[in-house]
Design a protein around this ligand. Structure first.
Ligand code: PEP
Ligand code: MG
Length: 930
């Protein structure tokens, strides 16, 4: 290295060090404006200070009662983790300065027995991850401080309650010791006194427990509990930073789609105590009901307790509705604050508060997690109250929220019967709606193994859940806990992920060690037994209960979707093959049928033999007889669909699949022939009958063999089939036009759209169309009617997209058949790939998304864009839609919006989701300003 370059390098690294020393790692709660200037936006502030810290700063700015404190930034966490779990220069120094400022403000000192300051050390990432990371409370206590504080407060019981909690949290969070020995010692004392909760233990016991806890730490960690308050603070902060990397936090982020690179902030907050006696308490609540969306507070509180008692579900809490009776004045203040926060954030909040000797303190606020049902009602209500715009209300509802309404619920009659039969074994709090049926498992690891490896449906049953159970909850159909309230860990996680859940089912006595649970009536259910739960009512049933798909008449959903309809540009049509599907699609809001797959009508049990005879017929004349039988069947179907869709467009696609799909398989026939030959040789049965059967089977085998294709999906199908066997599509055309005439006579408004599948060249379309037109003219002449209809084609092979201008000469509309277009563009079989190598590609990141689920914009999408451009070059008003499965996928719908399609067509059950997604596409990402 030359001297000059060495100098440059040194100068560079000194510069970096200086820059690092200059980084502001710590913000006091009242420095939120400075943070806003530094981070540039509210989103940036949340990224820097974490959600909890940003909101504590924001509440301080709003002059709400927040205990003084400061935030160590996410940037500090990232620097700490990057430096191998060490504080780079600057962090600790800035923390000490901030502590001194806190001490000055409070007139107390950390570690000073004559006036001790106690602080909490709480995690707080940009996105809320309830309970996934660590927290240490009551930092600053040691033997001398405890004695000093006991003298100052005159409440030894409170002091040692706080002290023993600090030791346990320190041990489990900083030293990673298990909770078990601590729980065991507490249980021992509770049992000795015959009490159910810790609040009933006398102060002498708590003092003894504190000493016992210190012994446990020494025994397990081989070092004493640290007496120095600053050391406690430093180690706790480091442990909270490390907990970002913990397994449960990692699993949660993966499930919630949160980046693993963000890091967590740490909030150091002056302790306030809810366990100082009868005029103290603590609670957790949401500013509205987040289970059903009603405009009422929802939550729990406890008098004379610390916050963790409420959240952990370890003590029986009281519903927040009763708080007014316990503390009427504070209740009023709390309600006032709830309104202020909702107005400020324009969103329903989830609040933690503590009352210390009659004074209310706000410890946290954040946007509340909610069920799908509540999400929709809240969005509508907030818009009606003018807190947000209707566009914002539509944006706030996700496709998953709407999808929920289309999921199975318990069948009311079956439920009634189950109740009569005595299968209703218990009920609890209905914290996350939806029906779930599965086999009972008693721990998260078993849930994961059974669900993932054995592909079983499971219901996770626990006394209460903790962050360690999340991986099991995520794979379970539903969750049941015997303890805990509406704000318990299980309830929060369940709502976030839409897992049907019932908590606080006190009648169930769960014995996880013995892998069984006992009901109040004495019935014992074991691991593997079936259980059904209704997260909407809170009922728990033994056994399996039938489910039904709910109707979509929830008035808030109807309202929200009507708003979505006003914002979207894309039409939403449905793929429907039968009149009943068409009716359902229309009820869900479909504006037309984008695809009626006529071959599906052929698969019905009573039709299949006719279809088979038609295919096996030796010539056109013989085939005509069978086609004549099919004609009235098809006509009746079309009449039903036209009537169901009166006034709306109906697109009928002519037969598409290769004919062998309607015939028995070659292997099956071969087997039957061999069997019959063997039986004949052994004279096993009536020889004449066996011979006749053998002749028939041999003939069928011959025909099937003649039709066999190596690549049937690239074979005689689509438009080619119509050209090869014109009498078949003529019959279909006749059925369509006859049905149209019959409906028109009855006053049904219609304009059939006849769609030819899988065209690759304009000339095959020309030929295919000409023969259909000829048939159409003939039928209309016979009927003496005039019915207008259109011809169009599906764009399903790359060539069709590449020559779309020529194709458009013979097509009045296009519909992208993206199932086939994806298959033919990638050269990947749509029937085999998803169960084969495609999942490996996805696991290895070779593909980032399944192209059969979401349009591959670069490849398939580019062909679509070209198809749109060329098609409209030739025919300006060419109507273009999509009818592949992608038509119901929100990301693909966004793409279809961008490339200017006229409509998406999807299965009836996706129609409501597509209406919302089309509105999202039109509204774009911009949010209302805070
Ligand atoms: C398609 O290919 O996308 C399509 C809608 O047709 P099918 O799925 O019937 O092949
Ligand atoms: Mg297709």
């Amino acid at each position: 290295m030359t001297a000059a370059s060495k100098k440059t390098r040194l100068r560079g690294s000194r510069g970096a060090a200086r820059r690092q020393a200059g980084v502001k790692y710590v913000y006091a709660f009242d420095e939120i404006r400075l943070a806003e200037r530094t981070a540039g936006s509210w989103d940036g502030v949340r990224g820097l200070l974490g959600g909890k810290g940003a909101n504590l700063g924001e509440m301080t700015k709003l002059k709400l009662p927040v205990p003084p404190g400061f935030i160590v930034t996410t940037e500090a966490c990232r620097a700490f983790l990057a430096a191998g779990d060490r504080f780079p220069h600057g962090i600790w120094e800035q923390m000490r300065t901030a502590v001194q400022a806190l001490e000055r403000a409070a007139g107390k000192k950390l570690g000073d027995p004559a006036g001790p300051l106690l602080v909490s050390c709480r995690s707080g990432a940009k996105f809320s991850m309830p309970g996934m990371m660590d927290t240490v409370l009551n930092i600053g206590l040691n033997d001398e401080v405890a004695e000093g504080l006991a003298r100052l407060t005159g409440d030894e019981r409170f002091v040692f309650d706080a002290y023993r909690r600090l030791i346990e949290m320190y041990a489990t969070v900083v030293l990673d010791l298990p909770h078990k020995p601590f729980d065991a010692l507490l249980s021992e004392y509770r049992a000795r006194r015959g009490v159910w909760n810790d609040a009933e233990l006398p102060s002498g016991d708590l003092k003894a427990i504190t000493a016992g806890f210190k012994r446990i730490v020494e025994e397990h960690a081989h070092r004493p509990f640290p007496t120095d308050a600053l050391e406690q603070l430093k180690l706790a902060t480091m442990a909270v930073f490390r907990s970002w990397r913990g397994k449960r936090a990692h699993d949660y982020r993966t499930a919630a789609g949160i980046s693993h690179d963000l890091g967590t902030a740490v909030n150091i907050v002056t302790m306030v105590f809810g366990n100082l006696g009868a005029d103290s308490g603590t609670g957790v609540m949401t500013t509205r009901n987040v289970t059903n969306g009603e405009k009422e507070l929802e939550g729990d509180f406890l008098m004379n307790a610390q916050g963790e008692d409420v959240v952990a579900g370890k003590r029986r809490t009281l519903p927040i509705a009763e708080f007014a009776r316990a503390m009427p004045k504070v209740d009023q203040e709390l309600r006032r604050i709830a309104r202020t926060l909702e107005k400020h954030y324009r969103e329903v909040q989830d609040i933690e508060f503590t009352i210390e000797r009659g004074k209310l303190w706000m410890l946290q606020t954040r946007d509340a997690k909610r069920t799908a049902q509540a999400a929709i009602r809240l969005a509508v209500d907030l818009a009606n109250e003018k807190l947000i715009s209707q566009a914002e209300a539509v944006r706030r509802v996700t496709p998953e929220h709407v999808d929920y309404f289309l999921h199975p619920q318990l069948d009311a009659e079956a439920c009634h019967a189950a109740r009569e039969k005595g299968s209703l074994i218990a009920d609890g709090l209905n914290v996350s709606p939806g029906a779930a049926i599965g086999q009972i498992v008693f721990d998260a690891d078993t849930a994961e193994n059974w669900a993932k490896l054995l592909k079983r449906k499971v219901i996770l049953v626990r006394r209460e859940t903790s962050p360690d159970d999340v991986h099991g909850m995520l794979v379970a159909q539903g969750v049941v806990t015997s303890r805990g309230g509406r704000t318990s860990h299980a309830a929060l996680v369940a709502r976030q992920f839409g897992i049907p859940t019932v908590v606080g089912v006190v009648a169930l006595e769960i014995n996880a060690e013995r892998r069984e649970m006992r009901t109040a009536a004495g019935q014992v259910l074991k691991e593997g037994d079936w259980l059904t739960i209704d997260g909407g009512t809170g009922e728990v049933f033994a056994g399996e209960i039938r489910t039904v798909v709910p109707d979509m008449t929830d008035p808030y959903l109807v309202k929200l979707l009507s708003w979505a309809d006003r914002f979207r540009r894309l039409g939403v049509w449905a793929n429907a093959d039968y009149p009943a599907d068409a009716q359902r699609a229309r009820k869900f809001g479909a504006e037309g049928i984008g695809l009626c797959r006529t071959e599906h009508m052929f698969f019905q049990a009573e039709r299949l033999p006719v279809v088979r005879s038609m295919i096996l017929a030796p010539n056109a004349a013989a085939r005509a007889e069978h086609l004549a039988k099919l004609l009235p069947m098809q006509r009746a179907d079309f009449i039903g669909i036209f009537k169901a869709m009166d006034g709306l467009p109906v697109t009928i696609r002519l037969i598409d699949p290769p004919l062998h799909e309607f015939l028995p398989s070659r292997d099956e026939l071969q087997k039957a022939v061999i069997e019959l030959e063997t039986r004949l040789r052994l004279k096993d049965g009536d020889v004449a009958t066996l011979e006749a059967e053998l002749v028939a089977k041999r003939k069928a085998l011959e025909t099937v063999q003649a039709m066999h294709e190596q690549n049937p999906m690239l074979g005689l199908r689509g438009v080619r089939l119509g050209i090869h066997m014109p009498e078949l599509v003529r019959m279909q055309m006749r059925a369509i036009i006859e049905a149209a005439c019959a409906c028109a006579r009855e006053g049904v408004k219609l304009k059939p759209k006849i769609m030819i599948p899988l065209a690759a060249t304009s000339s095959e379309l020309k030929v295919g169309r000409a023969l259909l037109e000829e048939e159409g003219r003939k039928v209309l002449a016979e009927q003496g009617m005039k019915v207008r209809y259109e011809f169009g084609t599906m764009i399903e092979v790359p060539r069709a997209a590449l020559v779309a201008d020529r194709i458009a000469e013979f097509a009045e509309f296009f519909s992208f058949g993206t199932n086939d277009l994806t298959q033919t563009t990638f050269g990947i079989s749509r029937d085999d790939a998803e169960t084969g190598f495609l999942s490996e590609y996805l696991d290895k990141g070779i593909l980032t998304q399944n192209p059969f689920a979401t349009i591959d914009e670069r490849g398939v999408g580019a062909l679509m864009e070209l198809g749109v451009k060329l098609g409209r070059q030739r025919r300006k008003n060419l109507e273009i839609g999509i009818c592949g499965e992608h038509g119901g996928d929100p990301a693909s719908i966004d793409f279809c919006h961008r490339i200017g399609l006229d409509y998406v067509s999807c299965s009836p059950f996706r129609v409501p989701v597509a209406r919302l997604a089309a509105a999202h596409a039109a509204l774009g990402k911009a949010k209302d300003q805070r």
